[in-house]
Design a binder for this molecule. Structure first.
Ligand code: TTP
Ligand code: MG
Length: 412
């Protein structure tokens, strides 16, 4: 601690003051009380927001029980028929006790829980409830970033309601229960990363508050899978270099992480410390959606470039579709081996979120407007702009349908 300059202590004191007095503190409902230790300044830089993440409990199943209370406490599976090839959208907690999970084949779900009641999904009803939930959020803030029909981030940093962030979360939970008869779980934290993990910490009907002082200790024991965005593939990659928990990352130097994980190392370094500077992005803040990727080695092979472009197009479209957004301008970004970076765009007639259209347009731009094949390519990216600003920010029908028919991971 002796190496922390006085200016840093001052910085910490300011943060603590702002946080406490602007309305975020640990409430009696907090499920975590960490040992606060002073952190170097760089750890704190992004820890000044007040973010709430709200996630409905067993959403589709809960709506089914709401509309048919005799189903309460029974093992329910919302999805296709167990004799079809479809997958489980969600299962009630009673069914989860038997091991039934989202994205599992319905036939497997039935084997695990023969007494389960299978119900077909009613997407319009879920969307209707989702809209009502969003109206409740809007009473407290207009900085809302829905992630899907049943979850959203809310930024209440600048709230003028005179309420602690934890109180706002409590009000939202109460409003949803009183007006819609549904429970949800909320996480309150200094950023999106922590708020999301916190909302999952005490499901169902939980409220977990993590203050900036608690961030590091909150993260330390967590397995890396708890971090939003780390799926089974990354989990395996991390396990291969001895990383299972955030504590494992905290024990490593930045150099070691970079050396073992490359670009992922930097992100993991911050995530393990509970740092995340991503803002809550409302529909209207956002001008484009894009993804880019650096090749392991500079690439000239058209087939491999095409395959990467396909993955990127699918990823961009999935992310937009999930949010109910479409776009008209497709932009291809190419960085050559010598770091020269170019972008080439085309605006098409109709709004789209179709990965095949995005991919075909980007490929055409690649073949006709770049030096692909002649100059090795270091990085490739694709984005959609000229967004459709009118679409409500909720899951579109097509996305919901695809979610119910194709296995998806929880961090998709
Ligand atoms: P989740 O919030 O992941 O799950 P949940 O609300 O059912 O349960 P939890 O209490 O653990 O939050 O997803 C919300 C809804 O999205 C879910 O009710 C059904 C739908 N969904 C699918 O259709 N397919 C999927 O693979 C997943 C994960 C969710
Ligand atoms: Mg949920």
């Amino acid at each position: 601690m002796s190496e922390i300059p006085i200016a840093t202590y001052f910085h910490i004191a300011i943060h603590t003051f702002v946080w406490k007095h602007n309305g975020m503190h640990t409430t009696e409902s907090s499920q975590f009380i960490g040992t606060a230790s002073p952190l170097p300044d760089e750890f704190r830089r992004n820890s000044v927001r007040k973010i709430i993440h709200v996630d409905m409990d067993m959403f589709y199943a809960a709506v089914e029980i709401l509309d048919n209370p005799s189903l309460k406490n029974l093992p329910i599976v919302v999805g296709g028929s167990p004799t079809s090839r479809s997958v489980v959208c969600t299962a009630s907690y009673a069914a989860r006790k038997f091991g039934v999970r989202s994205a599992m084949a319905c036939s497997v779900a039935q084997r695990l829980c023969p007494q389960a009641i299978f119900l077909p999904p009613r997407f319009e009803r879920y969307q209707e409830i989702s809209r009502k939930i969003r109206e409740i959020f809007q009473r407290y803030t207009d900085k809302i970033e829905p992630l899907s029909l049943d979850e959203a981030y809310l930024d209440v940093t600048d709230s003028t309601l005179g309420l602690y962030a934890s109180q706002i979360a409590r009000h939202i939970k109460e409003d949803i229960l009183r007006e819609l008869g549904l429970t949800c779980s909320a996480g309150v934290g200094p950023n999106k990363l922590i708020a999301k993990i916190a909302s999952d910490f005490k499901k169902p009907n939980g409220l977990v508050v993590v203050t900036p002082d608690q961030a590091l200790e909150f993260m330390r024991p967590l397995t890396v899978r708890k971090i939003h965005g780390i799926g089974p593939a990354t989990e395996a990659r991390l396990a291969a270099v001895g990383i299972k928990t955030c504590a494992d990352i905290l024990a490593m130097s930045r150099e070691e992480l970079d050396q073992k994980l490359g670009r992922l190392g930097g992100w993991m370094w911050h995530a393990a410390r509970g740092e995340d500077s991503r803002p809550v992005e409302t529909h209207y803040d956002r001008k484009s959606f894009g993804r880019e990727d650096t090749f392991e080695k500079d690439e000239t092979d058209l087939g491999r470039i095409e395959s990467r472009l396909k993955d990127l197009s699918e990823s961009v479209c999935a992310s937009m579709d999930k949010r109910g957004v479409k776009g008209r301008t497709i932009t291809l970004k190419v960085k050559y081996f010598d770091f020269e970076s170019i972008t080439r765009s085309r605006t098409i007639k109709d709004m789209t979120v179709d990965p095949d259209i995005v991919m075909a347009t980007a490929m055409d731009l690649l073949k006709t407007k770049t030096a692909v094949g002649q100059r090795p390519i270091r990085l490739i990216g694709v984005s959609l702009s000229h967004l459709d600003q009118t679409t409500p920010l909720i899951l579109t029908q097509s996305r919901v349908e695809s979610m119910s028919s194709t296995p998806s991971t929880s961090n998709s």
